[in-house]
Design a protein around this ligand. Structure first.
Ligand code: PAP
Length: 264
């Protein structure tokens, strides 16, 4: 891979999954997929630093040379908030989007898992109101994905737009697209040897969530690794959202996204 790869998501869109896949893909010559692969001892959030949490939060001028090549980064920043240095660089951006209903349900569970006890829990109605109004450090969900979608249409060599649902349903098609985009396509020998399936299996929800380090480990800010693995399914929202919430999310999605050719 030439240059850096930057993975962008709105929170709870499958960041950790795509981090695991991208890390394994670009490092597949260095780390053979077997028991001593870094994913067995490190959480993907530790393997791929996030600009706003891991790099710029502590160190105003992080030293990129300390990050092993090929360099991968992640961010939740909206397109217009990316620094000029990213816009002017040759870095490749991979955007992963997830349907708003599952993203919201995942976010609501996550907020409650991280809340300190004395704050009490955040009700579904309260969380819904904030999500619907776009109250988030990263702005409204719909604007976030639409900006990256539009940019990916203008500049498809630079931005690859993926969806969680397509990644789940046609995993091998999209992991191959991702490998091509990052400049490390699978060779015929790799495909014949089952490399694509091996990577997908290694990074699958069932595999990662059952590893000891993800069941009991903690990340540097003290949050438990297991909070990043809940169900990992499409359509889990049906168990939580009221018909009124579904109607409002469908309407705002239609209102914000219609006319842009993006179906989520
Ligand atoms: P982040 O943006 O805070 O880093 P992120 O990793 O995007 O979080 O979201 C976690 C979601 O991805 C969870 O979804 P859920 O709440 O609907 O279950 C989590 O279960 C899901 N997830 C984690 N690992 C995988 C995986 N390997 N495959 C599919 N989904 C996964």
């Amino acid at each position: 891979m030439k240059g850096s790869g930057i993975l962008v998501t709105y929170p709870k869109s499958g960041t950790i999954w795509l981090k695991a896949i991208m890390f394994t893909l670009v490092n597949r010559k260095k780390y053979v997929i077997k028991e001593n692969h870094p994913l067995f001892s490190k959480n993907p959030h530790e393997l791929i630093p996030c600009f706003e949490f891991d790099l710029y939060l502590h160190d105003q001028i992080p030293d990129p040379s300390s990050i092993p090549s090929p360099r991968l980064f992640a961010t939740h920043l909206p397109y217009f908030s990316l620094p000029k240095s990213v816009h002017n660089s040759a870095s490749k951006l991979v955007y992963l989007c997830r349907n708003p209903k599952d993203t919201f349900v995942s976010l609501w569970h996550f907020i409650n898992k991280l809340r300190v006890e004395k704050m009490g829990s955040c009700s579904l109605d309260e969380a819904f109101d904030m999500f619907y109004k776009g109250v988030s450090p990263y702005g409204p969900f719909w604007d976030h994905i639409l900006d990256y979608w539009n940019e990916s249409k203008k500049n498809s060599d630079r931005i690859l737009f993926l969806t969680y649902e397509n990644m789940k349903e046609e995993s091998s098609v999209h992991i191959k697209r991702l490998a091509e985009f990052l400049g490390c396509p699978f060779s015929a020998e790799e495909e014949e040897s089952g490399m694509v399936e091996d990577i997908l299996k290694l990074c699958s929800f069932n595999n990662l969530s059952n590893l000891e380090i993800y069941k009991t480990g903690k990340l540097i800010y003290g949050q438990e690794s297991k909070v990043y693995f809940r169900r990992g399914e499409i359509g889990d929202w049906t168990k939580f959202l009221s018909p009124e919430m579904v109607k409002r999310l469908d309407q705002i999605t239609e209102h914000k996204l219609s006319g842009f050719g993006l179906k989520i």
